[in-house]
Design a protein around this ligand. Sequence first.
Ligand code: BES
Ligand code: MN
Ligand code: ZN
Length: 466
Amino acid sequence: MARSGGIKSTRSGKIATPIHFVTAAGWGGFRKGLPAVVVAQAEANKFSGQPGRHLVASGQDGTPIVLFGVDEADVEGRDPFLAGKLVGLLGQGDYRFANEPPGGKPAVAEAALGWALGSYRFTRYRKAGDPLPVLQPPDGVDHARVKRIAEGVALARDLINTPANDMGPEALEKAAMAVARRYRAKARVIRGDALLHQNFPLIHAVGRAGPQAPRLVDFIWGPARAPRITLVGKGVCFDTGGLDIKPSAAMLMMKKDMAGAATALGLAQMIMDAKLKVRLRVLLPIVENSVSSNSFRPGDVYPSRKGITVEIGNTDAEGRLILADALALGDDEAPELICDFATLTGAARVAMGPDLPPFYCTDDSLAADIANYGMKVSDPVWRLPLWKPYESMLASKIADTNNVSSGPFAGSITAALFLKKFVSKAKAWAHFDIYAWNPTSRPGRPDGAEAQTARLLYEMFEQKYC
Ligand code: BES
Ligand code: MN
Ligand code: ZN
């Protein structure tokens, strides 16, 4: 289902319509170089390089030219993907960038990526509207890289957008195994009661009531001696809340509760496609959190892979349970870094809103890198603390820990503190509490599923392990 998105070389002989980037400040000078007919059309349309505005004009010989207003490179809050807006503004046809936007080569690459990311459409259940405009790969931009990132993001978006009736545990396992196979990773899947026999009690407890068996996908790629990076993704294909059932408004969006797994998979695809010098491991605990006579119950106590016993304070805090067993497995081989991705808490949304996922990290210098790369590639995240004193909120009277806090406070932090109990040997651990959804469309970010944090981590790994 993934697509490269709107950037293709045009067939030879075909003329691509030029797109000229222009700023409001630069307009006065720019217009002097334009044919009088184009200037007249700009004036008639009150176009003077306002950021985000476009003009499709007829040139001297009647051939079209596009003018597009963008910000100066140093404007605060400038959207590097603004050119992605053109995908929704321009008609079908072939286009090319005629000049560089302010910021030079890097800005051209950002504009191209914005175009590619903005060309994503979820077309599984109905045809997209009019065919989208197609951009010629701009000169000097690493097109294979743009395509790699856009395809990784599109893969994650497709998986997240697909509803649970077509993206249950079987379908998600299939999608993960297809990626593993394409890059010749060494893969295994542990399903159903085998999870009990192989000591994944929490994944089994959460997923046992689902119509499709719970499972753990585990694949390994790359040279054994390269730095070990492990990605863990929450794969709850649908979260009813379990016996602590969610009200309808809260349940409505819960097809996206496997977004952590989808994000890990999209990122893994980028890493493998780029052949980064890492030994990558991907762990995806995949379940449905369902209501049935064999659902796990509030008050139940389960052992975990790590040996810590867990009292179930709330069956709706299921993500941290399945992650706990997957993290414990990943932690066993003491990797360089474990990253986990999860639509883990409503509290993270209350604190940060939909567009700024909080993350938690055991290593200060790595945390600074993560935050900086997020800003650099417009995939922003914000660090929250693993605030040790709040660990007491997870206390249980009969087990080593409860799965939820006893109080209403700091829900995202206490969830992170719960996960931290299952990571002890990895050199570093980063946890991303993502929302994975664009409530409204922005340039390069069509409404619906989003692969938050995948681009930022790809950028960071590319810098460190190229
Ligand atoms: N999947 C949800 C969290 C969620 C809700 C993410 C809405 C994105 C949007 C998670 O499994 C959950 O239900 N968490 C509970 C935890 C609570 C019971 C401690 C929550 O946040 O309410
Ligand atoms: Mn839940
Ligand atoms: Zn959930």
